[in-house]
Design a binder for this molecule. Structure first.
Ligand SMILES: [Cu+2]
Length: 437
């Protein structure tokens, strides 16, 4: 092949690559929140009290996402423990800019180490609108070695024009940067181009020469002396000199222009103090849990003892961001904000066999049903085929004045496939379906 033809082929290959990347790129609307295995989502982090301060913001407008997250004691053995975590959010790309974030009030610029299981943490994140559009936004904590664990999502609309976005900051030396988004981009682009040009020149220098086969033949013929010409040696030496000169000059220029520099921080933070934990005061013994496949119902039978001093009423079962609320318990209903995204509060709610307040010292067997198509929609039913068929979640009990108690529940779960099993019975033989009416 002549040098020209080689260049043409090379050029076409690069062009094809670019086209493959740029053609047919549409923004992604969902982001795989339902793809994680149910045991992963039901037994790792339970998010609750999630709020989105606004559901429509302008470009540059600030809003806030807050949440509580409980780390299950029944954390799956097959995933890494939260020994190293990063506070984040789930959205389709960098459509928001993050201005502040914290875990238990400690700034979350870096990762945190050694979160404790069985503990509630306080999540907070401030964001500003960056790219106009309608985006699904979830709170998220990423666990090293396990992956991101996300809370419920809400649609937040960003209005305005993307070109108006600006991210002004003031540096430690008092320099005011009008827009961090574009700051230094020209400089970075220039240096990339310089090095690309040098690399491309070096490649071309060799590609335009006879390549593999002629060189192999020369080697076979014992003419190694033909392979490296004097010009090659000179070009190589020049490349070394030019590269080193560029590196040292640019370093010197950078250092003299910015005498005060802070390197990227790799410290890992520790949560020194836990937030005040919600009371528990309950002793739960799991008896049996089934998932009724045709009826799309999760049924739990457990024994609960009130070890506290106030009567307690079961109001909510929350798992994997789904909130099954007993609509007959006003204290529980009061916790569902009117604007809370409905997709996370299944219509069927929670049906409790006997939900009279559990008196201090009293022990009772509860039969509880959470019936909704959400089990399928949220793809939480693959525990039927999982090797790890265990479920988990949080139970919220309420004192008469609305004070909330939180307790973890988990255990093995059995699928039930036949319609005959659909009418569940609790220990006393009372039909749950009858109670729910
Ligand atoms: Cu989402």
């Amino acid at each position: 092949m002549t040098g020209f033809r080689k260049l043409t082929v090379l050029g076409l290959a690069v062009l094809a690559g670019f086209l493959a990347i740029t053609i047919d790129t549409k923004p992604a609307l969902s982001h795989g929140e339902r793809t994680q295995e149910p045991f992963f989502r039901m037994r790792s982090m339970q998010w609750y009290d999630v709020t989105w301060s606004k559901t429509s913001v302008g470009v540059n407008e600030e809003w806030e996402m807050t949440a509580k997250v409980y780390l299950m004691k029944d954390w799956p053995e097959t995933i890494n423990k939260p020994d190293l975590v990063y506070v984040s959010l789930l959205a389709p790309g960098p459509v928001f800019a993050r201005t502040e974030s914290s875990l238990n009030g400690i700034p979350a610029r870096q990762s945190f180490r050694d979160l404790k299981l069985g503990t509630v943490y306080d999540y907070q994140m401030k964001l500003v609108g960056r790219v106009p559009g309608r985006w699904h936004v979830h709170p998220e904590i990423a666990v090293a070695g396990s992956g991101p664990l996300v809370g419920p999502g809400e649609w937040v609309e960003v209005t305005g024009s993307a070109s108006d976005f600006a991210f002004p900051i003031e540096t430690m030396t008092g320099e005011k940067i009008a827009n961090l988004e574009t700051y230094g981009v020209l400089n970075i682009g220039m240096w990339h181009l310089i090095w690309l040009a040098i690399a491309a020149g070096w490649l071309l220098f060799w590609l335009l020469r006879p390549l593999l086969i002629p060189r192999f033949l020369a080697l076979q013929g014992g003419r190694e002396d033909l392979l490296v010409r004097r010009t090659d040696v000179v070009a190589g030496a020049m490349l070394v000199v030019v590269s080193l000169t560029l590196i040292f000059t640019s370093y010197y220029l950078g250092v003299s222009k910015y005498p005060n520099r802070v390197p990227l921080q790799i410290t890992v933070n520790e949560i020194e103090k836990d937030i005040e934990q919600p009371p528990d005061d309950l002793d739960i013994t799991m008896k049996r849990t089934t998932y009724d496949v045709p009826g799309r119902a999760l049924r739990m039978i457990f024994e609960a003892t009130n070890t506290g001093s106030s009567p307690l009423t079961l109001g909510e079962f929350s798992t994997s961001s789904l909130r099954f609320v007993d609509k007959k318990v006003p204290q529980a209903m009061a916790r569902v904000a009117p604007d809370y995204p409905r997709e996370w509060v299944p219509e069927g709610g929670l049906q409790v066999s006997n939900n009279a307040p559990l008196q201090p010292g009293e022990t009772r067997t509860y039969t509880v049903e959470a019936i909704d198509v959400a089990w399928e929609l949220e793809r939480l039913t693959s525990f039927l085929t999982d090797v790890d068929a265990r479920f988990g979640g949080l139970l919220f009990f309420y004192e008469p004045d609305g004070r909330r108690h939180l307790t973890e529940i988990s255990g093995p779960i059995l699928p039930v496939f036949t319609a005959g099993d659909m009418v569940s019975q609790n220990e006393t033989g009372a039909q749950v379906a009858a109670v729910s009416q």
